[in-house]
Design a protein around this ligand. Sequence first.
Ligand SMILES: [Zn+2]
Length: 206
Amino acid sequence: MNPVWSVVLVLVAFVIILRLKHRRKGHKDTPAKYAPRIEGFQVCAFLSPQVGAGCLFDHGMQYGKGFRRKVSPALPHDEHCQCTTIPFVHTSTEVFHGALRNTGVVRSSIEGLPQEFGQRLAERLKEMTSQPLPEKVNEYITLAGVTDWDTPMEPQIEQFLSERHAYLTKIQADGGQTQTVDGNQQESETPEQTQPGSAAKENDPR
Ligand SMILES: [Zn+2]
């Protein structure tokens, strides 16, 4: 072969390799920029001894552009509500790895309560709204199951529960309705959006 042609061939091959490399690199860079993101908000309750059922049931609810539920529940839920809504953005990879299963940050009036126990407490308080209120405070604490949680914060949680028991007992004696779940239902737009406790269902992104 003519040596000139050989040089030209080598040059052409070189240029092709360079372009391919460049293109591959470009491909690697683009997904981060264009990856679909799930943006939304999450309702985070504040646990106080007076926390209402609306707060407990809507805690963790996710809503926003990418969700079936587009709007926040009507806040505040009631006179004691200290719920906040926290914005979040997840990449599709994070969603794939379960980011949407995040149950939401629990804040509480128990100083220094670790998230793990805040979550448990929120869960138990929610479940207990549908159980009859025990007459005695120690029965209420037993019902909550705190003694099995194996935490040094047990005394603080029990103190919280005894305050809650006193509060609920008073409401019951007054014939008040504060602990019913209908706090939201007067103002909401459609029946679907007013169901507290449907938070989990509404967490599937659309
Ligand atoms: Zn609330």
